[in-house]
Design a protein around this ligand. Structure first.
Ligand code: NAD
Length: 271
């Protein structure tokens, strides 16, 4: 399996990375360092996580060459709009201590604002300070609305996606549009790791339920960013390239879908 996915603009994005939502600054520094030491190249943060400074320190301390790393951050809702998006992006870069990010995402589809935010993001992309731009939590209709004014199609849509929320329709639409799918809360925030289907499949391959889920994402052509602050788990979550789920096992996991959201519905959020 390729460890990277080619985005619509030709940029190679690692298929497996580290997420750092609800991670304190100091933990973020350590987690990022451990992840990089264990082979990760993709780090997913956001302005609202309030740990971009810690992430930046982890990157600096790891000693990895910048070009070997893929850093994503996101534009928070309160900063949406044309000028505010430009400012928020500059602030993120400064906190990260970087002169570019690899991917900049609109965090949520704030109605009446995301088209203007996108105009700023297109300029940021043109300036080379974001190597790719995309969206997060966008349903099909949000993307269609964005495209009424956009010059550039988003390269990625980062959405809630795990075995109990498989998002088949949206994935089909994104595939047709050439927009890469990235899963947030890919492990169901740890709440589905006791599921017997997953643990049984894991036993057969001598892998944990977390590793089985991560492998299911990868084999489904989904970019995946599990979060952990523990070195052993960070390592475990990357140790998924030496086994393969059978077609039957893939189907068994697909069938765990119950359309259950752990986070807000992008059509109904109040933050
Ligand atoms: P996740 O599904 O990655 O689950 C993380 C939790 O699973 C951990 O806190 C831990 O309890 C458990 N866990 C992780 N590895 C484990 C292992 N090997 N064994 C046992 N337990 C393990 O949850 P998440 O943090 O919500 O999502 C991942 C990332 O997605 C976030 O950190 C963030 O970067 C991104 N995200 C984005 C959005 C968005 O709106 N775009 C929203 C939520 C999360």
């Amino acid at each position: 399996m390729d460890k990277t996915k080619r985005l619509a603009n030709g940029i190679e994005m690692p298929r497996l990375g580290l997420g750092v939502w609800r991670v304190e600054e100091t933990d973020a520094t350590n987690s990022v360092k451990w992840a990089i030491e264990n082979g990760y190249h993709l780090i997913d943060t956001a302005a609202i996580y309030k740990n971009e400074t810690g992430v930046g320190k982890g990157i600096a301390q790891s000693g990895i060459k910048r070009e070997n790393l893929f850093v994503t951050t996101k534009l928070w809702n309160a900063d949406q709009g044309y000028e505010t998006a430009h400012q928020a992006f500059n602030d993120s870069l400064e906190r990260l201590g970087l002169d570019y990010v690899d991917l900049y995402l609109i965090h949520w589809p704030v109605e009446g604002k995301f088209n203007d935010s996108w105009r700023a993001m297109e300029e940021i992309y043109a300036s080379g300070r974001a190597k790719a731009i995309g969206v997060s939590n966008f349903h099909q209709h949000h993307i269609e609305e964005l495209m009424t004014t956009a010059k550039i199609k988003p390269m990625v849509d980062q959405i809630e996606l795990h075995p109990t929320l498989t998002q088949e329709n949206l994935r089909e639409y994104l595939a047709k549009e050439g927009i890469a799918v990235e899963a947030w809360s890919p492990l169901g925030q740890g709440k589905i790791l006791q599921n017997p289907t997953l643990t049984e499949i894991g036993k057969k391959h001598k892998k944990s339920a977390a590793q089985v889920i991560i492998r299911w994402h990868l084999q489904s052509d989904i970019i995946v960013i599990p979060k952990s602050v523990h070195e052993e788990r960070i390592k475990e979550n990357f140790d998924v390239f030496d086994f393969e789920l059978s077609e039957d096992e893939m189907k068994q996991i697909d069938h765990l879908n119950i359309n259950e959201r752990l986070g807000a519905d992008p059509d109904n959020f109040n933050f």
